[in-house]
Design a protein around this ligand. Structure first.
Ligand SMILES: [Zn+2]
Ligand SMILES: [Zn+2]
Length: 173
């Protein structure tokens, strides 16, 4: 039954004619039909567009999960030139909402990395390279637990100059 007809059915429903049907069960059946109509119209509206969307999300996820360090949307766009930055941001937003990806912002840049991964980093502010650090946060977490807190995640980011950039700077001076 189409949605409009369904509503009409509800409005014109003669209660005395069908006493075994409570208004609750009528509401229930209308809600069910509305849900089904919604699902069908989503499927119809989706089609090719939906496929492309899923493909984009998969690709962005793939790039992030295969990278050894956090990436900005711009970094991802270099790997996926077929996608616009807006598309990449939308895919990232979806992945963050789904809890698959986490992000942090530093110096106006937002970096993304898989949620399941725990890494601490040194970031060279001159060349933008990340270097993985050994995690030394155990004692902080222990200290927090002793104070009744429950640490769930952390990210240690140390910034400065990598030895290559430091070397170049020294040569210039
Ligand atoms: Zn550097
Ligand atoms: Zn750590």
């Amino acid at each position: 039954m189409p949605f409009e007809a369904c509503l009409l059915f509800f409005v014109n429903f003669p209660k005395h004619a069908y006493p075994q049907l409570t208004s609750q069960s009528v509401c229930g059946s209308i809600l069910l039909q509305m849900k089904m109509i919604c699902i069908f119209s989503t499927l119809r509206a989706g089609g090719k567009g939906m496929e492309r969307l899923t493909k984009n999300r998969k690709r962005v996820r793939e790039v992030l999960f295969s990278s050894e360090h956090p990436l900005t949307a711009y970094d991802i766009s270099k790997e996926c030139p077929e996608m616009s930055l807006t598309t990449i941001y939308r895919a990232l937003d979806y992945l963050v909402r789904k809890g698959q990806v986490k992000s942090f912002t530093f110096n106006q840049y937002t970096y993304f990395l898989p949620s399941e991964r725990h890494e601490d980093f040194f970031l060279c502010t001159s060349c933008g390279k990340f270097f993985q650090l050994e995690c030394l946060a155990g004692s902080y977490e222990q200290n927090l637990r002793e104070r009744g807190m429950i640490p769930s995640d952390h990210l240690i980011l140390i910034t400065g100059l990598c030895n290559e950039c430091n070397e170049k700077l020294r040569v210039r001076i």
